[in-house]
Design a protein around this ligand. Structure first.
Ligand SMILES: [Zn+2]
Ligand SMILES: [Zn+2]
Length: 437
């Protein structure tokens, strides 16, 4: 039923239950889930093609949902396994991809050294392709988002304690970003570690939830997170490069334009199309084969988050992740608030409110019914989740299944205050970025 047909503002039009309506949020019914999703309902006048597209999309979401729930069930019922058949198949396919890259390289070198001129041209092209397919390890660079150990001893100190508690090495670099997110990765040939902390997520968390967040991220370094493993990652990068190289608009770059280029692309286009579809198929296959290990890694990282930060903190963190949209709304609104002039520089105009206080208060003030709506939406919108990240409601249930934990790492008030002071410059940078001043 469309959202507009509310019988009275406070009764559910479907089941007549009394609704607890907060003007700030969409009205919905927790009893029958009326208006749970505020997405536009399919309208009869829509074109037939559009309807078919929607049906296909709904079927795809259902399939992803079934797959993700199956992974959850099997992880719940099975003894934890470090590897599985699907993962081994993915490793083997990755090996084949690396072999193709090697063959392109070796073949190009052979053509360049022994072939005739036309073949040498092909050899040169091959070398260019091999260069694009080369494994990339990324680089660790200091920039405005990176914090040095000497600049943030308290934050690094806490991170080191959490890293030790989950059983990994101290992090090499912490970056502070403006996302409602966090992440962990390794870069360069020396595989140096980088922890990314998004301030809009970090600030509204309680100190103990921050410990849980650090535990989750470091957990990825110890729990066999296959997706980040170099072998598969570099193979996926090569595949994605193949995909871009063979996508029609990009493949024009092969010919370099002009008449000869046009004729050449006419000949190569069907061949590239075939390769393009094949690459896409392998990408989808790899995604399927690594779903279990990828999602298993997330659940295990949540388990480690609960181990260091406590079960309550890990759940609080996961519930915070459901509020991403609200956080983004607060930040968008902050940009459009009336500005006051502060300081001698005329361009330094900012709203009178403090973004971080506003963000923390707004997220804390969300009524339980709205939190429940977000949680149920996470269950409903399962198909929209990419397969690396299990939907939040399943992650919360998984944490609930584990034995309740008390924190093994705690933060003192003094430590919290010191960390807050160390992040002051980063907070200011994010605000300036948001206001474009
Ligand atoms: Zn109802
Ligand atoms: Zn994670």
């Amino acid at each position: 039923m469309p959202a507009t047909e509310v019988a009275t503002p406070h009764t559910c039009p479907d089941c007549a239950a009394v609704l607890d309506v907060d003007e700030r949020f969409p009205a919905w019914c927790p009893a029958c889930e009326w208006n749970l999703s505020t997405e536009a309902a399919p309208v009869a006048q829509r074109k037939r093609g559009e309807k078919r597209r929607q049906r296909r999309e709904a079927a795809r979401k259902r399939a992803v949902r079934a797959r993700v729930e199956k992974v959850y069930e099997s992880l719940v019922s099975d003894a934890p396994r470090r590897s599985d058949g699907a993962w081994l198949a993915a490793v083997a396919i990755a090996g084949l991809i690396h072999l193709v890259t090697l063959c392109v390289l070796a073949g190009s070198v052979a053509l360049l050294s022994t072939g005739t001129w036309p073949l040498r041209v092909i050899g040169l092209l091959g070398l260019a392709v091999a260069f694009m397919l080369r494994p990339r390890f990324g680089r660790l660079r200091h920039d405005e988002t990176s914090l040095r150990r000497s600049d943030a001893p308290a934050l690094y100190g806490l991170a080191d304690r959490v890293a030790a508690a989950v059983g990994t090495r101290p992090v090499d670099m912490i970056r502070v970003t403006d996302d409602f997110n966090a992440g962990f990765g390794r870069f360069g040939l020396r595989r140096r570690s980088v922890l990314r902390l998004g301030l809009p997520l970090w600030v509204p968390l309680t100190p103990q939830q921050r410990v849980a967040l650090l535990g989750h991220e470091f957990g990825h370094d110890v729990n066999g997170d296959h997706r980040s493993r170099l072998w598969l990652r570099t193979a996926l990068d090569a595949l994605i490069e193949w995909y871009h190289l063979t996508t029609p608009d990009r493949s024009d770059a092969w010919s370099g334009g002009g008449f000869i280029g046009g004729v050449a692309s006419l000949v190569t286009a069907p061949l590239l199309w075939v390769v393009n579809r094949l690459v896409l198929g392998v990408l989808l296959l790899l995604d399927r084969l690594t779903t279990r290990s990828g999602q298993g890694a997330e659940y295990r990282a949540d388990g480690l988050a609960a181990e260091v930060g406590s079960t309550a903190a890990a759940k609080g963190l996961l519930e915070m992740l459901l509020l991403k949209q609200s956080a983004e709304t607060v930040m968008m609104r902050f940009r459009t608030l009336p500005r006051t002039r502060r300081g001698p520089v005329p361009t330094d105009r900012r709203p009178a409110v403090d973004l971080w206080t506003e963000l923390t208060e707004q997220l804390a003030s969300l009524p339980p019914l709205e939190r429940e709506r977000r949680l149920r939406l996470s269950a409903l919108d399962l198909g929209a989740v990419d397969s690396t990240h299990p939907p939040t409601h399943l992650r919360i249930s998984m944490v609930d299944r584990l034995p309740a934990r008390e924190p093994t790492v705690t933060v003192t008030a003094g430590e919290s205050a010191a960390i807050e002071a160390e992040l002051a410059a980063a907070r200011e940078r994010v605000v300036r970025g948001l206001l474009a001043i």
